[in-house]
Design a protein around this ligand. Structure first.
Ligand code: ADP
Ligand code: MG
Length: 422
C-alpha cells in the first residue's frame, strides 16, 4: 500500500497530492421522508440519513468509510450510484455530475463505478454458472468484449481472483462464502472499473476469510489502480487496506485523515471511542489498552441532538460537564447549541468537534485487522443495475419498516416532551 502524503486540509477535505480526484462528492444530502399511516400516508418528518457529506476519492487509493450501523454509509454508496436520488449535492466523476446524468448516461457510468456489497437476502443467481455470472456485465454493457473472447477472459479473471478456472461451469452453491465473494470481485473487474464501492464486503464472513478477501482486494487495487471506497462498521477491518479513513456519525462525516492520522492521532472523541472498541485478540494487550465506553444507541436521524450530534454519547462532553460543575465553567454549552463543522481544528487533519484533542488509543500494530467473528453466511454478491435495484429495494423495505417505527416513536416522544415543557 503506497503511503500517502497528507495534503494540507482544504476546509472540508483531505486528499492525496498529484492526480485530481476520481470522484469528488460535494455537500451530499439524502433525507428520506418519514411517513406514518397505512392507507393515508402522511409525512411526519425527515430521516437525515446523510447530511452534508463531502469527500474526494483519488485514483488508486482506498478510502475507508467507517461508522456504526445506521450512520449513513450505505446511503452514501447507494446515492452515488443513484439507487437513491440525492436530496442535494454533487458527485463529480470524469468531469460530470453523476446526479445530473440521464438514465442512459448513468447506466454507462455504472460500468466505471462498480459496487460490491453484502447482500443479506440472496446469493449469486443459483441457476447461473460461474462463467455466466462473470460474463454477465458484458451482456449488460455490450461492445466491451466480443463473444468468442469472453470464455477465455472469464478464465483469466477467475484465476486472477484466486479461483480455479476449471470450475467455470460450476454453480454458486458449489463454492464457499469466501469463494463466492471472489466470484463477485471477478464480475466487478470484468468491465475494468475505475472506482469500486464495496459496502461491508467482508462483514458477513468468517475472520480468516475476511483477511483473505481484504488481501485480494488490496492486490487488485494495487495492480489495476482502482479507487476503492471501502465501507465497514468496524475500524479494525479497514486499517490494513485504507490509505485514508473517513469516520461517519449520524449522517455526518466527523473526522477524515490518513490511515496514520486516524489510528495514531485521532482527535474526535467518537473516533477515539470507536478505536477503543475495536477487538484486540491478544489478552495482554487487551488488558493494557484503554477502553472508552460508547454509551447508549445511535440517536434517531429523524431527530438528531441539537448542537453536536455526538454530544449525547460523548465521553468528553460528560467529563467536561462534570469538571465544569465543580469549577463553575460552561464549556459544554457550545456543544449543545453549536453544530461543529468538519474543519481544521489546529491538528493535521479536520474533525467536527469543538474540543478536538489528540489521544493515542492503541499502538498501530495492536489493532487487529479483522473484525469480530460472525457466521459465514456467504451472502456477498456483485450485481448490476436492475438486480442491484431489486436487491436494494428488498433490503430496504424490511429495513425501513423496522426503522420507521423507531423514528416515529422518537419524534413523537420528543414532541410530547416539548408540549409538556411549554
Ligand atoms: P449504515 O450503512 O451506516 O448502517 P444506512 O445508510 O443504511 O446506514 O442508514 C442510515 C439511516 O437511514 C438509518 O437510520 C436508516 O434507517 C435510514 N434509511 C436507510 N435507507 C432508508 C430508506 N430507503 N428509507 C428510509 N430510511 C432509510
Ligand atoms: Mg450499511
Amino acid at each position: 500500500m503506497p503511503s500517502s502524503e497528507p495534503r494540507p486540509s482544504q476546509g472540508m477535505t483531505v486528499g492525496r497530492q498529484g492526480d485530481g480526484p476520481a470522484l469528488e462528492v460535494r455537500n451530499l444530502v439524502k433525507h428520506f421522508p418519514l411517513t406514518k399511516g397505512i392507507v393515508f400516508k402522511r409525512t411526519v418528518g425527515q430521516i437525515q440519513a446523510v447530511d452534508d457529506v463531502s469527500f474526494e476519492l483519488y485514483p488508486g487509493e482506498t478510502l475507508g468509510l467507517v461508522g456504526e450501523s445506521g450512520s449513513g454509509k450505505s446511503t452514501v454508496a447507494r446515492t452515488l450510484l443513484r439507487l437513491h436520488e440525492p436530496t442535494s449535492g454533487e458527485a463529480i466523476f470524469q468531469g460530470q455530475d453523476l446526479f445530473k446524468l440521464s438514465a442512459s448516461d448513468m447506466r454507462a457510468a455504472r460500468r466505471d463505478i462498480q459496487m460490491i456489497f453484502q447482500d443479506p437476502y440472496s446469493s449469486l443467481n443459483p441457476r447461473m454458472t460461474v462463467g455466466d455470472i462473470v460474463a454477465e456485465p458484458w451482456r449488460i454493457h455490450t461492445g466491451i468484449l466480443p463473444r468468442n473472447e469472453q470464455r477465455g477472459r472469464v478464465s483469466e479473471l477467475l484465476e486472477l481472483v484466486g479461483l480455479n478456472p476449471d470450475h467455470i461451469n460450476r454453480f454458486p452453491h458449489q463454492f464457499s462464502g469466501g469463494q463466492r465473494q471472489r466470484i463477485g470481485v471477478a464480475r466487478a473487474l470484468a468491465v475494468n472499473p475505475s472506482v469500486i464501492i464495496a459496502d461491508e464486503p467482508v462483514s458477513a464472513l468468517d475472520v480468516s476469510v475476511q483477511a483473505q478477501v481484504v488481501n485480494l482486494l488490496e492486490d487488485i487495487q494495487e495492480e489495476f489502480g482502482i479507487a476503492f471506497l471501502f465501507i465497514a462498521h468496524d475500524l479494525s477491518v479497514v486499517r490494513h487496506i485504507a490509505d485514508r479513513v473517513a469516520v461517519m456519525y449520524l449522517g455526518r462525516m466527523i473526522e477524515v485523515g490518513t490511515e496514520e492520522q486516524i489510528y495514531e492521532r485521532p482527535v474526535h472523541p467518537y473516533t477515539q471511542a470507536l478505536l477503543s472498541a475495536a477487538p484486540i485478540a491478544d489478552p495482554k494487550r487487551r488488558a493494557e489498552s484503554e477502553r472508552i465506553l460508547l454509551e447508549g444507541d445511535l440517536p434517531s436521524p429523524a431527530d438528531p441532538p441539537s448542537g453536536c450530534r455526538f454530544r449525547t454519547r460523548c465521553w468528553l462532553f460528560n467529563q467536561m460537564r462534570d469538571e465544569d460543575e465543580a469549577t463553575g465553567g460552561n464549556r459544554t454549552e457550545k456543544c449543545i447549541t453549536d453544530d461543529p463543522r468538519l474543519e481544521d481544528g489546529g491538528f493535521d487533519h479536520p474533525s467536527a468537534c469543538h474540543y478536538p484533542q489528540e489521544r493515542h488509543i492503541i499502538a498501530s500494530a495492536e489493532v487487529d485487522r479483522v473484525a469480530a467473528v460472525r457466521p459465514d453466511d456467504s451472502k456477498m454478491v456483485v450485481r448490476d443495475d436492475r438486480e442491484i435495484e431489486d436487491a436494494v429495494k428488498k433490503e430496504e423495505d424490511a429495513q425501513i419498516e423496522a426503522a420507521e417505527a423507531k423514528h416515529v416513536e422518537a419524534l413523537e416522544s420528543r414532541k410530547a416532551k416539548t408540549i409538556d415543557e411549554t
